[in-house]
Design a binder for this molecule. Structure first.
Ligand code: HEC
Length: 479
């Protein structure tokens, strides 16, 4: 399985998210600018409509007051007239009206506009530098200027478009030589930027929160995914390891067993052949002797094959675990009986020191196999005339029974004990002189004890004997 590169995935995601965030930022600025531009345009159009209306009337008359005095630049013989009731009236041309409206707008909503020209009749109408540039650009065909500029340390949006001469303008502007369609000047609209910046800030804040959330959620999802993948990966590795171990175990087992099965069998075969060819000339005593040897080899082979079958079934999970209440003393008794022939042969006494009232909660077949294996083992490593005893005592917590199979045999060095305890078919043959067999017996014992959640240990003194101690659960049922 190819491993996914999560760092790369994360980086790609990060680049994508940051990228789209920046694109979003750009559009926030653009969008808000467009709004301001549209608002400026609308302002401009409205002024133009009012102006057009005024111009189409050839100017309009209003009463003269403190604020509205006759326009000194308006060169018109009918500029000032008197109504029949004596009220003084003066003509207001579009530019004058624009100036007066601009004054009101400035006070009311902070929008400023200015009517100007590169060639002003009224000197105060002359353009500022920004307006001048805009007007010059109109002369070369440009029809609109929009820009954010700094004005008195404040940022403002400035908009400007040209005003063209039409028939209605000629009444007053023909004298200056203007013709229809020419640019007379322009009107600039100046808007404050506060509203714009608050809008932009708020929108950016929302987008930033959104993207941060996206980033966190994305990272979390990625991490979760990564963890999941890793776990699955781990499981596969573990399964693979187990499989390898299994194969190795079977391989080792096969080579060990083929050796251990072969030698006693070939011994028995050889002896059988001797009887076949020379049986006639043998004495009864000789025949009995040979048959005893054949029996010994066959028994050894049988025992090994029995152990093999049991071990295999535990590995396969065939061996059923079925605990029941068992009287330990009787179990031990029947085991000793089974091994009687061999113990008599070696003149070894086996003592059952288990008290009659001890009951355990254990699987009968497994417990028998443990006892048979351990006692059989002691028989093998105890010289003629030795002693074996089986005893039991309650553990300190009174929860389990500690059972001890003890012999005064040859014992074994610490190294061998360690090898026996760790042997699980992974470590090949034990290699010291005392061990015969494959270790299947002990492995089986360990396996069965483990099934009972028990412990197992060996105490041994070289030359003095060994103790095999294991625990089994006490019965909980009252007897
Ligand atoms: C009733 C006369 C009258 C009419 C009609 C008129 N104007 Fe003017 N206009 C003036 C006067 C007088 C001024 C100069 C002083 C001022 O600011 O009032 C002026 C100023 C201007 C200015 C400002 C620059 C400057 O020269 O000071 C522009 C631009 C302008 N007019 C454009 C127009 C256009 C375009 C029309 C036609 C739609 C028009 N006017 C119609 C009388 C008129």
């Amino acid at each position: 399985m190819k491993k996914l590169n999560f760092t790369l995935l994360f980086l790609l995601g990060l680049i994508f998210i940051t990228g789209s965030f920046l694109v979003n930022l750009y559009f926030v600025f653009r969008y808000n600018e467009v709004i301001i531009k549209e608002a400026s345009r609308a302002f401009f159009q409205e002024i133009m409509i009012t102006r057009e209306w005024n111009a189409s009337m050839g100017g309009i008359y209003v009463p003269v007051t403190d604020h509205v005095t006759p326009n000194e630049y308006l060169d018109d013989p009918k500029r000032d007239i008197t109504a029949t009731d004596g009220l003084k009236l003066t003509k207001i041309n579009p530019a004058f009206m624009t100036r007066q409206m601009a004054e009101i707008a400035r006070i009311k909503d902070g929008v400023q506009y200015h009517i100007t020209s590169l060639n002003p009749i009224r000197p105060a109408n002359k353009p500022d530098p920004w307006e001048r540039n805009a007007l010059l650009s109109f002369e070369t065909g440009n029809r609109e200027c929009f820009e954010m500029v700094k004005q008195d340390s404040l940022k403002v949006f400035r908009y400007m478009a040209p005003v063209f001469v039409d028939r209605s303008c000629l009444n007053c502007h023909a004298k200056q030589g203007y013709k229809i369609g020419q640019i007379r000047g322009g009107i600039s609209v100046t808007m404050k930027s506060e509203g714009y910046f608050t809008a932009v800030h708020n929108q950016i804040l929302i987008i930033a929160i959104l993207f941060l959330f996206l980033l966190i959620a994305g990272s979390a999802a990625l991490l979760f995914f990564k963890n999941m993948m890793q776990k699955q990966f781990q499981v596969i590795i573990q399964q693979n390891e187990e499989l390898q171990k299994n194969i190795h175990t079977k391989d080792t087992l096969f080579s060990l067993v083929s050796h251990d099965l072969k030698s006693p069998l070939s011994g028995a075969l050889g002896l059988g052949e001797v009887i076949q060819t020379e049986g006639d000339s043998m004495s009864k005593e000789e025949l009995i002797n040979i048959s005893r040897m054949i029996l010994k080899s066959t028994r050894q082979t049988y025992q090994l094959s029995e152990q093999l079958v049991t071990w295999y079934s535990t590995q396969k999970g065939i061996g059923e675990f079925d605990p029941e209440t068992l009287v330990l003393k009787t179990l031990v008794e029947s085991c000793i009986e089974l091994l009687q022939v061999r113990s008599k042969e070696k003149e070894i006494s086996i003592q059952n020191l288990i008290p009659g009232d001890l009951a355990i909660e254990a699987d009968k077949n497994m417990t028998e196999a443990i006892l048979r294996n351990l006692i059989g083992n002691s028989l093998k490593f105890t010289p003629k005339g030795g002693h074996i005893s089986i005893s039991a005592r309650l553990s300190e917590e009174h929860e389990v029974l500690e059972i001890c199979v003890e012999d005064d045999g040859i014992g074994m060095p610490a190294k061998t004990v360690h090898a026996l305890m760790t042997f699980d078919f992974q470590t090949p043959a034990l290699g010291t002189e005392n061990e015969k067999g494959t270790g299947i017996g002990l492995t089986l014992c360990k396996e069965f004890i483990k099934r009972h959640h028990g412990t197992f240990r060996i105490e041994s003194d070289e030359g003095k004997g060994s103790k095999f101690i294991f625990t089994l659960p006490l019965t909980k049922k009252p007897r």
